[in-house]
Design a protein around this ligand. Structure first.
Ligand SMILES: Cc1ncc(COP(=O)(O)O)c(C=O)c1O
Length: 455
């Protein structure tokens, strides 16, 4: 019998996260304080995050121990299996072997608990009592709701309004885990009220929801903000995915030629990719590809620039590929990929040529997701469908070139509560959406006057 799943025992789970900052050939540009234009120090971030996470954010240590209490919670579903998609391979009939990490097996259904659990743990250890956050599709909000419950913290989630309407079951999951979920923009914060005054029907965006969540956190005692993507410490926690995959490949004596992940803020992509980027830095031949939507083409069309992480300019200026902080993407169904910026680490790697980026229209991503569901059975999240579309494109290239490839990708989450989006696709209601260049130029006006990152 051929191997379809490579599993690790509980005892083989990695005990440390990998920090790529220790191995970067060229250091990253620092985040800047918008007032002074100088690099932000840990104390600037202290009202927003607990100091133990700020230390991780700026750490240059290569390996960071995973605390025992975090490992204990990871073991509920981790190590996640490395699976071979034999049925999908047969359908494609191309010279490819396709392996994937199934992150949809977590209790909340995606990779997001890998950092939600770590962040809840560190906040609790620092004495924080309450977390607030934003969520796009609801995957992150539900993951943090669950993690807060596990560590006895209160949780308030600002959910992008269009997703709140499209995905009521995610809100219900948050409520089951005891969190409060509010559609954003809302009248609970000054940032939300300002948007509503001008755009009463605003579909919302992650940038707006982040402003609301940060404001909510900093205006209360014992409260902090938690972010589900983009930041260095979030990507760090996600490296458990790629580290497990490396151990699993070692067991079967294989090394992938291509590593793929979908990219919203960059965390699941980085989670699977960074340990392989380390190998690439040290001479290994491997291509690493992030897949994003054509409606929010941050890496494929945006410039590398300093920009705010949110609409109300409450975050530091981050060096990243961006479409401008006031960019509000079309209401595509992959809510978790509707973010104007890309993680500074991922942006840096793209700029240094260590990774590549591709963009896919939502129609072809759903086409790929349906093919997957009809062969492998699991129904992917709309975000994950972007990675599957990139796998399909890679398979066609292999066929055209007549060259065999081993592909690894991150199956970042299931779509069991995203049925409405599949229904829209199957009934022909889904529309293609490519962001027009004029719209990008308009959105980028907002960052023209900001400092520019070093070349
Ligand atoms: C299933 C799934 N995949 C991917 C993403 C994109 O986020 P990131 O780029 O941080 O992995 C999300 C975000 O909500 C998600 O829910």
């Amino acid at each position: 019998m051929e191997t379809t799943k490579v599993v690790l025992t509980d005892h083989e789970i990695p005990r440390q996260w990998y920090n790529i900052q220790a191995d970067l050939p060229k250091p990253m540009s620092p985040p800047l304080h918008p007032g002074t234009g100088k690099p932000v120090g840990p104390e600037d971030l202290a009202p927003i995050f607990p100091m133990n996470l700020i230390e991780q954010e700026v750490s240059r240590e290569r390996w960071i121990d995973i605390p025992g209490e975090v490992l204990e919670k990871y073991l509920i579903w981790r190590p996640s299996p490395l699976c071979r998609a034999r049925n999908f391979e047969k359908l494609l009939d191309a010279p490819v072997e396709i392996y994937y990490k199934n992150e949809g097996l977590s209790p909340a259904g995606s990779h997001k608990p890998n950092t939600a659990i770590a962040q809840a743990y560190y906040n609790k250890a620092f004495g924080v009592k309450r977390l607030s956050t934003e969520t796009g599709a609801g995957q992150w909000g539900s993951a943090l709701a669950m993690a807060c419950r596990m560590f006895g913290l209160e949780c308030r989630v600002f959910m992008v309004r269009v997703s709140y309407a499209q995905k009521p079951y995610r809100r219900m999951m948050m409520n089951i885990w005891g969190a409060e979920c509010i559609p954003s923009p809302s009248d609970r914060t000054e940032s939300g009220r300002q948007i509503l005054a001008v755009h009463p029907d605003s579909p919302g965006s992650l940038g707006i929801a982040i402003s609301e969540a940060v404001e909510d956190a900093v205006s209360r005692e014992n409260s902090r903000y938690s972010l589900g993507s983009v930041l260095n410490h979030v990507l760090l926690h996600q490296t458990i995915i790629g580290l497990e995959a490396q151990k699993q490949f070692e067991k079967i004596g294989i090394y992938p030629d291509v590593v793929i992940g979908c990219a919203g803020g960059g965390s699941n992509f980085a989670g699977i990719a960074l340990p392989f980027v380390r190998d690439k830095i040290h001479g290994k031949q491997v291509r690493i590809v992030g897949a994003e939507p054509t409606s929010c083409p941050t890496m494929t069309k945006g410039p590398f620039a300093y920009d705010f992480g949110d609409l109300a300019k409450k975050t530091p200026l981050l060096p990243m590929y961006t479409l401008g902080h006031d960019f509000v993407p079309a209401p595509i169904h992959a809510g978790g990929l509707r973010y104007h910026g890309m993680a500074p680490i991922v942006s840096h790697l793209l700029r240094e040529g260590l990774i590549e980026a591709e963009a896919y229209d939502q129609i072809e991503t759903f086409e790929a997701g349906i093919r997957w569901a009809r062969t492998e059975g699991f129904i992917p999240a709309p975000e994950t469908n972007h990675a599957i579309a990139a796998v399909v494109a890679e398979a066609w290239r292999a066929k055209e070139e007549g060259k065999k490839r081993t592909i690894l990708f991150n199956w970042s989450g299931h779509g069991l509560v995203d049925q409405a989006s599949y229904d829209a696709y199957l009934t022909g209601k889904l529309i293609p959406y490519t962001l027009p260049d004029e719209e990008i130029q308009r959105a980028l006006k907002s960052i023209e006057s900001f400092p520019k990152p070093q070349a």
